[in-house]
Design a protein around this ligand. Structure first.
Ligand SMILES: [Zn+2]
Length: 266
């Protein structure tokens, strides 16, 4: 999530250092926070040039509305996710199909969603659902580049009684959609063995956000609780935000190692 300069820098530098491709996922809420999608496009493009980032980087809208996708296509993103999972399947198919056309005309990739992913994201609350494999096939056939299918995953922190991912659903979806890359949302809090199994069954994009937020907040709190902002010029935002930035780097590194993307851009 490129919420601000520090997050973006931390993610890009880590990806470059580890020779890993990376997707910068932006929610509509984060886009608003950043004053608009054009601000993000400008920041990311400028930073990639100034930092000599050579690994593949996608700038991707996460859980976009139809209108949000159109705005990002216009603003210069390289990828969007259209989340039509809350529409009846026929409407999801229709809207996804239109956006596939718009994206591919611009050489962009598009992710679609079937079966709402539980938890809360930007005020949208869903219950952990499992996607219908036949609906997945209907959306896959529209020519989307990747597909997010609910397999019991949820956004945010997982409850203690969470039953785990439904590998049965994942396998059934995979069977229907063939080689189409699948996306696992809500990557924070899924045990490593389940992540690895999901990857082995066709998941090739994993969204992680909450874990970076927690790491950033913890490091920043520690800095302030230790009174470091009161020492010298410790109140300088460049110093104040440095521990959080380092914490994001460490989290991103850990995830790239777990997901197996390290060295893939060499
Ligand atoms: Zn998501």
């Amino acid at each position: 999530m490129p919420y601000n300069l520090e997050w973006t820098k931390a993610i890009l530098q880590t990806a470059q250092e580890l020779k890993s491709p990376v997707i910068l996922g932006v929610s509509e809420g984060a886009g608003k926070y950043m004053t608009g999608y054009k601000t993000i496009v400008g920041m990311v493009n400028g930073m990639m040039e100034e930092l000599n980032i050579t690994v593949p980087v996608a700038l991707h809208l996460d859980h976009g509305s139809y209108e949000g996708c159109l705005k990002c296509i216009e603003a210069g993103f390289s990828s969007v996710m259209f989340d039509g999972s809350h529409y009846p399947i026929a409407e999801n198919v229709e809207k996804t199909s239109e956006l596939v056309k718009s994206c591919h005309e611009k050489g962009m990739s598009i992710e679609a969603e079937v079966g709402a992913i539980g938890g809360e994201e930007d005020g949208v609350v869903g219950m952990g659902e499992c996607a219908d494999p036949n609906e997945c096939k209907a959306i896959a056939d529209l020519g989307v580049d990747f597909l997010a299918a609910g397999i019991g995953n949820i956004h945010g922190k997982y409850p203690a009684n969470w039953p785990g991912l439904s590998f049965e659903t994942l396998a059934a979806v995979k069977e229907k959609v063939g080689e189409l890359p699948l996306v696992l949302h809500g990557g924070t809090g899924i045990p490593a063995d389940q992540i690895k199994k999901a990857i082995s069954l066709g998941v090739s994009k994993i969204n992680v956000n909450t874990e970076c937020q927690i790491a950033f907040a913890e490091a920043t709190r520690k800095y302030i609780e230790e009174g470091k902002d009161l020492q010298g010029k410790g109140f300088d935002p460049r110093k104040l935000l440095a521990p959080g930035t380092e914490a994001i780097k460490a989290t991103v590194k850990e995830k790239m190692e777990l997901f197996g993307s390290v060295g893939k851009a060499e």
